[in-house]
Design a protein around this ligand. Structure first.
Ligand code: FES
Length: 273
């Protein structure tokens, strides 16, 4: 059922910008503080996102941004500037008010994560939610391995290294780490050193997720993927983010914002791009 306008209004919180920095190129990290964080810390699950509402009223739709982590009393969001809304966000300074929703969507299912090994695979701005996930896995006694892919300059690698046993980096232009994409790097690592994991988690562009889903199916590694779909309302009202999911022997249309963004890879109907 779609959430109504009243629910949306009630879920809005106002925070204060504690700081903002450019991580690389057009990727920024904004840190937000405020009383709302007490509830956030209790409720937010790795893989969920928030809607950020712009001050410029000509930007009607909110911008969905994955929760990167809640750290030292601050909510951290990492985003890429891709249009008017995110450009406005990149201009926010310490002390500015910022309006956002409570945590939205379904995050990663960690019910099977009491022990064993985990592989985290991220691409570009799909990496930030894996930081919160790595922290949660650490709390459960699991130090995951991470494979991170970038077009050019890496970001969040040091933060991931603090929470992971091993972090491998691939850049498409070869300027840092392995030259190529994350799936090629995982295949290479697997051939050279053997690579096994009890479960895998991923967020990034769809072609990367699809290739990883094929690889994990071959190796019988259960994989959860967080889909990066274009969103409108962000809370289940506009069907702008619907994807095909195979469930109960049928193809069903599911909203990435409400039913996801995290799905089991084997459930996703991967259309040819
Ligand atoms: Fe509107 Fe998902 S963005 S239903």
């Amino acid at each position: 059922m779609c959430r109504d306008r009243e629910w949306v209004q009630k879920s809005l919180v106002t925070g204060r910008v504690a700081g903002q920095e450019r991580l690389t190129g057009d990727v920024y990290r904004i840190r937000i503080e405020g009383d709302f964080l007490e509830d956030f810390t209790r409720e937010a699950k790795p893989g969920q996102f928030v809607n950020v509402y712009m001050k410029d009223k000509s930007t009607l739709l909110p911008r969905p941004v994955s929760i990167c982590r809640i750290n030292s009393g601050q909510l951290e969001l990492v985003y890429r500037v891709v249009g008017k809304g995110t450009r406005e966000m990149s201009g926010y300074h310490r002390g500015n008010a910022i309006r956002l929703s409570s945590p939205l969507g379904k995050g990663f299912d960690l019910s099977g994560c009491q022990s064993g090994s985990a592989l985290l695979v991220g691409g570009g701005v799909g990496i930030p939610p894996l930081l919160q996930l790595a922290g949660e896995l650490n709390h459960r006694g699991i130090r995951p391995m991470a494979v991170l892919g970038f077009q050019r300059e890496p970001f969040l690698v040091q933060e991931m290294e603090k929470l992971c046993d091993k972090v491998l980096v691939a850049t498409e232009d070869g300027s840092f780490g392995f030259a190529g994409n994350v799936v090629q790097l995982i295949e290479k690592e697997g051939q050279e050193k053997g690579l096994a994991a009890d479960q895998a988690f991923s967020c990034g562009p769809k072609p990367m997720l699809k290739a990883l889903a094929d690889l994990c199916r071959e190796r019988e590694i259960p994989l959860q993927v967080s889909l990066e779909e274009r969103m409108g309302c962000g809370y289940g009202a506009c069907v702008g983010c619907a994807v095909d999911i195979k469930r109960d022997g049928k193809i069903q249309r599911k909203a990435v914002c409400k039913d996801g963004p995290v799905f089991w890879a084997e459930e996703v109907f991967w259309h040819a791009e």
